[in-house]
Design a protein around this ligand. Structure first.
Ligand code: IPE
Ligand code: IPE
Ligand code: MG
Length: 266
């Protein structure tokens, strides 16, 4: 089992600053359209917003920032836009990794990299290796990522590794095979661009994440939007299945996790 247990098995620690923020960066196309610019101009500006999100996360004390850059469904877009996004990804890696490294940021890329050019995969692995031991923010870029892909690749690898457990796998058995095994589950999910859906992002990991949706388009994401999300997060009561009254009780008085209380007359 990994360092972090699942929120359905163990109640995670919560704090005023979300430890892990996961963002669906949506609205680049609409940002561009409003300005009579091509969609790709929105993606270019979106990269500026990524820089800002990284800077602010470090400033706020967020430890893990996960950004959805390209979904397994985004291949359905016009080929020119797909190529532009791939090129932008390579450009960003080449241009930014040295600075990320200087700032002590650890870079990770999750997703199915198998359809990407070998040169891109090499660049990704080199960037990850360079920054692997950095003590600061862990920045994860989800590229050709899909939540269902993640669950299935984990199931496939888990069952191959432990065929003897046939039919008796648990949540703990799956955890070390998931793409984001190195991170706690997200505390706060933000989606910009006004849509209120998960779009096949971290399906398993979002089980108990606080969700925040904003109409702000991704290229306009700034400290104000980020702080609004964090303020909203602070007002939430994270119960993880318990009652509100239990949260104010002395932890000593609480029943142990997974205690089964027999139902009287049941
Ligand atoms: C998000 O912006 C960026 C990616 C999906 C890569 P969109 O390109 O989806 O922007 P809208 O939703 O069309 O405005
Ligand atoms: C989700 O945005 C994927 C990324 C931000 C990378 P989309 O704009 O592709 O989402 P849908 O398809 O409209 O739900
Ligand atoms: Mg979109």
């Amino acid at each position: 089992m990994g360092r972090f247990s699942s929120s359905t098995l163990q109640i995670p620690e919560t704090s005023r600053v979300p430890r892990h923020v996961a963002i669906i960066m949506d609205g680049n196309g609409r940002w561009a359209k409003k300005r009579f610019l091509p969609r790709v101009a929105g993606h270019r500006r979106g990269l500026e917003a990524v820089r800002e999100a990284v800077r602010l996360s470090t400033q706020f004390g967020v430890q893990y920032l996960t950004l959805f850059a390209f979904s397994s469904e985004n291949w359905r877009r016009p080929p020119e836009e797909v190529s532009f996004l791939m090129n932008l990804f390579v450009y960003a890696l080449e241009k930014e990794v040295a600075e990320l490294h200087e700032n002590g940021i650890r870079l990770k890329v999750v997703g199915d990299l198998s359809p990407l050019d070998a040169s891109i995969v090499r660049l990704v692995r080199e960037s990850e290796a360079l920054t692997a031991d950095n003590p600061g923010l862990t920045l994860t870029i989800a590229a050709n990522y899909g939540g269902r892909w993640d669950i299935m690749q984990a199931v496939n690898r888990m069952t191959q590794a432990h065929p003897e457990k046939d039919g008796l796998y648990t949540e703990q058995d799956l955890a070390p095979w998931l793409a984001m095994r190195y991170a706690p589950e997200p505390d706060l999910f933000i989606r910009t661009g006004g849509e209120q859906r998960i779009s096949n992002f971290l399906l398993w990991q979002l089980a108990y994440t606080e969700l925040y949706f904003t109409d702000t388009l991704w290229p306009d994401f700034d400290a104000r939007t980020y702080l609004s999300a964090i303020h909203s997060y602070r007002k939430r009561e994270r119960r993880f299945g318990r009652t509100s009254e239990q949260l104010t009780q002395d932890p000593q008085e609480l029943p142990a996790e997974r205690t089964v209380v027999p139902v009287v007359g049941g």
